[in-house]
Design a binder for this molecule. Structure first.
Ligand SMILES: [Zn+2]
Length: 250
C-alpha cells in the first residue's frame, strides 16, 4: 500500500480493532459484505496485523462508514457504527490499557469530574500520539468539546448531518467506563463532512439523569467493574441483522 502526501493513517492495530469490533456487531459475513461493497477486499479474512505501523489510510476507514449507511440505510448504518464504536473501546482498553492508566487506583479514586477530564485528555493524547488523527480538547465547567481536526471517519465525505457515529459510540463507552457506570450525553454537533471546520463532539460533564436511548439495551446490566475488561453481550447482535458467527477471528 503506497502512501501519498495527502493521505493520513491509522496504525494497523487500530484498523484491526475497528474490523473486530464491527464483526461483533454484524458478524464475519457482514464484515465481508461491507468490505466487498467498499472495494476493500484485501482485508477479507486478512485483518491488519497487530502492530503500530501506520498503514490504514483514512480513506478506508471513511469508506467503511459510508458503506454501512448505504447497505443498512442511514438509521441502521448509524446504529451499527455507534455500537461498533462502543465495542472498539473494549478492544482498545485491552490494547492500550496500561498506556491509558485508567485502571490505576490513583485514577480510580479521583472525583468524577476530574476523572472525566483527565481520562479524556489521556484518550485524546493516545490518538494524537499513535495515529495521524488530530484531536484538540476544550474543557469548561459543563462540557468537554472534542474537536477532531483531521477525521478519518468522515474523510472526504459530504453529508447533510454529522457522520462520525463510531467516535460518538467510542466516547459513550469510554465515559461510561471512566464514570464507573454513569451515562453522559455525547453528541456530535459539528462535522467536517457537513462543511464544518472540525468534527466536534460535545460531552456534558454532568451525568445524564436517565439512561439515554442509545444505552437502553444495556439498562439491565450492572456497571463495568474496575480492572475487568469484559465484553458486553448485548452488543453482539443488531435486531434483524446477522448474529456474529464466532467470537473473533484467529
Ligand atoms: Zn468526522
Amino acid at each position: 500500500m503506497s502512501k501519498t502526501a495527502t493521505s493520513f493513517y491509522y496504525p494497523n492495530r487500530i484498523g484491526r480493532i475497528v474490523l473486530l469490533a464491527l464483526e461483533e456487531i454484524i458478524g464475519r459475513s457482514g464484515v465481508n459484505a461491507v468490505l466487498n461493497l467498499a472495494s476493500l477486499t484485501g482485508y477479507i479474512n486478512n485483518y491488519p496485523p497487530h502492530n503500530q505501523d501506520l498503514h490504514i489510510p483514512s480513506e478506508h476507514i471513511s469508506r467503511i462508514q459510508s458503506v454501512l449507511e448505504e447497505a443498512y440505510g442511514p438509521r441502521g448504518g448509524r446504529g451499527i457504527a455507534l455500537r461498533t464504536g462502543r465495542a472498539c473501546f473494549s478492544y482498545g482498553l485491552r490494547e492500550f490499557g496500561p498506556q491509558l492508566g485508567l485502571t490505576d487506583l490513583a485514577f480510580r479514586l479521583l472525583p468524577l469530574p476530574v476523572k472525566l477530564k483527565a481520562g479524556s485528555q489521556t484518550l485524546a493524547g493516545l490518538f494524537n500520539q499513535f495515529t495521524n488523527q488530530r484531536l484538540r480538547l476544550e474543557i469548561d465547567d459543563k462540557n468537554i468539546f472534542w474537536h477532531i481536526e483531521r477525521c478519518p471517519l468522515c474523510w472526504q465525505r459530504q453529508t447533510a448531518d454529522p457522520a462520525c457515529h463510531l467516535a460518538v459510540g467510542l466516547l459513550q463507552e469510554a465515559l461510561y467506563w471512566i464514570g464507573s457506570g454513569k451515562f453522559f450525553n455525547v453528541e456530535e454537533k459539528l462535522c467536517i463532512a457537513r462543511g464544518d471546520e472540525t468534527c466536534t463532539i460535545v460531552v456534558t460533564i454532568q451525568p445524564a439523569l436517565s439512561t439515554p436511548i442509545c444505552h437502553s439495551e444495556r439498562s439491565e446490566e450492572s456497571p463495568p467493574a474496575w480492572g475487568m475488561l469484559r465484553r458486553t453481550p448485548s452488543w453482539r447482535s443488531v435486531p434483524g441483522k446477522n448474529a456474529p458467527q464466532h467470537d473473533r477471528p484467529e
